[in-house]
Design a protein around this ligand. Structure first.
Ligand code: ZN
Length: 245
């Protein structure tokens, strides 16, 4: 059984409409001749995420004609059981806070294991053997299901359990948030950076009333803070490069 990604032509991207999964979608479109997206509805508090998914896909369609032909269907999988088991800030109307174990209470235990397993079941039917996700262990080292070890072990289990040469690809795994902005620019230039600022949603609250230089959001939750700091670092570095270049 080979795990050489070069042998695959079709990918399935775990796509939430956020910054990270949008960069992953662009990354996959640059590499694979056919790319589909999958989203998971597990009772998130905000419909904004679902709207952003649609808007991002449409914006990519308009702005990147060479990717348009590669971008295939979008799938939604409902996992209502997840919100029934998990009492977290994402699925219940409670304040976002740090817990004693050092993880924010937005954490849904094992969520990414479920997502990739569902994605593999869908990918198996659709012939999509590269499963792509925006997990990153640099910024959120506290999330055990975002770690490379966890996901590559899962990929192994999925290959065994399906007798299919699936791979799990996580292009952002070792990147800082500043490097994620840099990757976006490498993949799609200023147009992709602008698309991410305008159309993606990362904020833990549904706030989209104010546009900051890094995009929309409440500006104070941990997700906004990461996104804003990463953007500031990347902008500063771009400015320095422009001067020295
Ligand atoms: Zn926020």
């Amino acid at each position: 059984m080979t795990t050489d990604p070069g042998k695959r032509s079709a990918a399935l991207v775990l796509f939430s409409g956020g910054q990270d999964s949008t960069v992953c979608l662009a990354w996959a479109l640059a590499r694979y001749t056919h790319v589909e997206t999958v989203g998971f509805d597990y009772g998130q508090r905000h419909d904004v995420e679902l709207t952003c998914r649609r808007n991002v896909r449409e914006a990519i369609d308009r702005a990147f004609p060479h990717w348009q032909a590669r971008l295939g269907g979008d799938h939604m999988i409902e996992i209502p059981a997840l919100s029934k088991i998990s009492e977290t800030a994402l699925t219940r109307d409670v304040e976002i806070a740090m817990q004693e174990n050092g993880l924010p209470n937005t954490f849904v235990p094992g969520r990414n294991l479920l997502f990739f397993t569902y994605a593999a079941a869908l990918g198996h039917r659709r012939g999509l053997k590269a499963l792509v996700g925006g997990m990153c262990e640099t910024d959120y080292s506290g999330y055990p299901d975002c770690r490379d070890d966890t996901l590559q072990s899962l990929a192994h289990a999925i290959r065994l359990g399906t007798e299919t040469d699936f791979v799990i690809e996580t292009p952002l795994m070792r990147l800082s948030k500043a490097q994620t902005w840099e990757l976006a620019e490498d993949l799609g230039g200023k147009a992709l950076v602008e698309l991410i600022i305008e159309h993606t949603h990362t904020c833990y609250t549904g706030a989209r009333d104010k546009r900051h230089d890094w995009g929309y959001g409440c500006g104070v939750c941990p997700a906004c803070e990461l996104r804003a700091n990463g953007f500031a670092q990347w902008s500063e570095k771009s400015a320095e490069n422009a001067i020295s270049g």
